[in-house]
Design a protein around this ligand. Sequence first.
Ligand SMILES: Nc1ncnc2c1ncn2[C@@H]1O[C@H](COP(=O)(O)OP(=O)(O)O)[C@@H](O)[C@H]1O
Ligand SMILES: CC(=O)N[C@@H](CCC(=O)OP(=O)(O)O)C(=O)O
Length: 300
Amino acid sequence: MSDLPTSQPLDTAEAVNQARILMQALPHMLRYDESVVVVKYGGHAMGDEETARNFARDMVLLEQSGVNPVVVHGGGPQIGVMLQKLGIKSEFADGLRITDKATVEVVEMVLAGSINKQIVGYINNEGGHALGLCGKDGKLVTAKKVERPAQDGKPPVDYGFVGEPDKVDATVLEQILGRELIPVLAPIALGVEGETFNVNADTFAGAIAGAIAAKRLLLLTDVPGVLDKDKKLIKRLTIGEIPGLIADGTITGGMIPKVETCIYAIEQGVEGVVILDGKIPHAVLIELFTDHGAGTLITR
Ligand SMILES: Nc1ncnc2c1ncn2[C@@H]1O[C@H](COP(=O)(O)OP(=O)(O)O)[C@@H](O)[C@H]1O
Ligand SMILES: CC(=O)N[C@@H](CCC(=O)OP(=O)(O)O)C(=O)O
């Protein structure tokens, strides 16, 4: 008999049904047992408080099931709101925020400060033990400036303090994983000159997943996955099909760093990447622990 509080008298048929649902998860749990799953939690997927709490519960359930979740979060929309409040103009080119000195200070404050600690708080409040870090901690991610020279008739872009991961030192993560601690990582990195770099959260998640050879990388966003020209979900893609979809304009904007991340992560040894709608309650559990895959699965 459980000593947890129950609100309902026992309905045997309902209880058996619940047990059956739990048993359906068993083969999936065995498949991911002790493996690392990197979950990128995008700013658009964060939604309201209930969505955020559901996400936190999912991470605790993964940890309790023997999976090692690593959370990498974004916060693009939240950075946009803060920049607007402060009267700082902001522009994107090919899905990356052009980041001057004033902007990078706000980006660090929002990502490594408020959003990181909010996610840590929710996970811990749901019974987990989350640890909030950014790429600077333990030299986890060292970045170099993103350079975009003139190409295909497009003018060069100076992205300022936007970095791309150059080196990942996973020592700090290796100390954390397998100890019932859930790392929550903000995509801020250190440059070799000691400067702070703003790294796209998808790119950051891909670099982490590649460095620790994660079994799965899940990219949670606000669309069902990669959509075709008729806005229909593409359920499976190979990395070889992606460049053509960018070239013909099917994939644009913020989806570009996402699919580029998929190519990188898979080439580094990640078995599969899934782009899925993080606003669906328990999207991560549906993807990992049920027979119903969610979103677009990208493989070699
Ligand atoms: N082919 C495509 N399929 C799905 N979304 C696409 C596609 N091309 C561009 N997008 C855009 O990419 C967005 C997701 O990227 P982004 O806004 O950066 O999300 P996040 O904040 O979750 O990282 C979608 O909301 C959509 O507007
Ligand atoms: C260089 C760059 O564009 N950095 C992003 C970092 C946050 C992010 O990627 O958040 P989402 O995952 O919510 O989009 C930015 O400044 O918005």
